[in-house]
Design a protein around this ligand. Structure first.
Ligand code: HEC
Length: 105
């Protein structure tokens, strides 16, 4: 886990100056079936990505929180039942781009 985080931090540096690639972010969500429970701006089983961005606005560790959420299967409530949150699959830089994009919504 530690190693992945280091790689991500390194990949983050060159990306920091650019804005996120929205098409790539959406493609990654689609590939991972994340739209099953999340929409861009409507609540489904999970919060909309705009809601997520609003919730974490101004937090210095927002990127880290979303990364942890997407990669460690925390318990979430879906339809009143507790289940493990889906883990995202993708390259470090793809996930980093997705997180930047969500937080920019
Ligand atoms: C089975 C339904 C379901 C699927 C599929 C799902 N999520 Fe979620 N997700 C949730 C729920 C429910 C929450 C709310 C958790 C909470 O607030 O406690 C959530 C929360 C989140 C959050 C907010 C975390 C935070 O700290 O605010 C992010 C980001 C997120 N999901 C990303 C994803 C991504 C990326 C995928 C695809 C890999 C995905 N989700 C797939 C149900 C789902």
């Amino acid at each position: 886990m530690k190693k992945t985080l280091c790689i991500l931090a390194a990949a983050c540096l060159p990306l920091a100056a650019q804005s996120a690639d929205a098409d790539a972010a959406k493609a990654l969500l689609k590939k991972n079936d994340c739209f099953k429970c999340h929409a861009l701006d409507k609540k489904k089983d999970g919060p909309s990505y705009k809601e997520v961005a609003a919730k974490h606005k101004g937090e210095a560790d927002a990127e880290q929180k979303l990364l942890t959420h997407m990669t460690t299967s925390p318990k979430v409530k879906v339809d009143g039942k507790e289940e493990e949150h889906k883990q995202i699959k993708g390259k470090d830089e793809e996930i980093q781009n997705l997180i930047k994009w969500i937080l920019s919504l």
